[in-house]
Design a protein around this ligand. Structure first.
Ligand code: XIL
Length: 345
């Protein structure tokens, strides 16, 4: 089906359903999801998966954009010391280019991974911190200047409780809004053509957190920060209330900017696992409900259930099946339901 246009694939998918292959039963084959989708469909990737033929074939068939799950974070850059090592991420960008797939950058500025040498700098020479911070963001974004589909410049700036902004080294040195504004300015200078995003999670289930996130975005935009689009990670489970994803996407879209469902997975650890297909379908419907110019895309946080961060963490007692494809790479009802929802757009 490679190279078939969306109209042709739609006709084939409708033909399949007409002969009784109901999409939400245990589907055998499904049409390439990316060919059914009018907006970019992404999946996260780690370099080890590029050596797995099943992973590469499935990812290339169904998705047109990759988000490095780890390789474009500070921890990966500074594994070997205080100078950025981009080699791990370069491998992903090079592979994606060969496959004709896009890459979405994620994420140089995150409270969860502050480079040691920045912590040391804050103590030893705080007057240099701002310049070094700007230079770091500029080097990262500039390394792939003109090559990426965009960036999560700043990730998870709001506390879990939701009513305040996170404290982290970046906020302590530059202010809770300051570090966000500085990062976006440095990123714009380094790659003027790259869409720049901010990204957050639990917005579907924490109204305080959504409101704080919106206030931060508004304050940064008013200060001139070049925020081009808004990410909502959408790590949810099967207890999620129907309509919660649509309501969150609609709320974020009120800025008039594109919205990215940036990391969706639907844990089956909680709630009725039979709800999973409908939740993935709602994510597609929520994106489809936006004007075309506001549909940044939908990215799934893993390809097969066994690839999921929720599954790889063996300390979690109960099994989980959060993604579209099972551990054998076969499409689940969730994949079929997502495909049907995309085909209806
Ligand atoms: C997670 C990765 O999936 C894990 O492999 C890693 O150990 C920790 O980070 N929100 C984010 C992602 O923005 O970067 C996180 O990814 C999941 C939560």
């Amino acid at each position: 089906m490679a190279g078939l246009d969306r109209r042709t694939v739609l006709a084939m998918a409708l033909g399949l359903s007409a002969c009784g292959a109901r999409a939400v039963d245990a589907p055998g084959e499904i049409a390439p999801l990316k060919s059914l989708s009018p907006f970019p469909l992404g999946v996260c990737v780690m370099t080890g998966q590029l050596d797995e033929p099943q992973w590469t074939q499935l990812a290339h068939t169904h998705f047109d954009r990759l988000t490095p799950e780890w390789e474009m974070k500070a921890e990966a850059f500074f594994m070997n010391g205080p100078r950025e090592d981009f080699s791990r991420a370069d491998r992903i960008v090079d592979w994606a280019r060969q496959q004709g797939m896009g890459v979405f950058g994620h994420t140089p500025v995150w409270y969860s991974q502050v480079p040691d040498h920045f912590t040391a700098l804050a103590a030893s020479a705080p007057q240099r911190f701002r310049d070094e911070y700007r230079a770091y963001v500029g080097r990262v974004i500039g390394h792939w200047r003109g090559q990426l589909a965009g960036w999560d410049v700043v990730n998870e700036p709001v506390t879990d409780e939701g009513s305040t902004l996170r404290d982290c080294l970046w906020s302590q040195q530059l202010g809770h809004e300051g570090y966000v504004i500085e990062a976006f300015r440095a990123a714009r200078s380094a790659d003027p053509g790259a869409p720049l995003l901010i990204n957050e999670y639990n917005l579907e289930t924490n109204a305080r957190k959504l409101a704080t996130y919106q206030r931060l975005i508004e304050a940064c935009l008013n200060a001139g920060a070049p925020i081009d689009a808004i990410g909502t990670q959408t790590h949810v489970d099967c207890e999620l209330a129907p309509g919660a994803i649509s309501a969150t996407v609609r709320e974020l879209a009120r800025f008039g900017l594109p919205v990215h469902i940036s990391e969706i997975d639907v844990s089956t650890r909680y709630g009725d696992a039979r709800r999973q297909p409908a939740i993935y379908a709602e994510a597609a419907e929520a994106m489809a409900a936006l004007p075309e110019r506001q549909r940044f895309g939908l990215t799934v946080w893993g390809l097969r259930d066994s690839d999921s961060w929720l599954v790889r963490d063996r300390r979690r007692a109960r099994a989980d099946a959060p993604l579209l494809f099972n551990g054998a790479g076969q499409p689940k009802p969730a994949a079929a339901a997502l495909g049907e929802a995309l085909a209806r757009i």
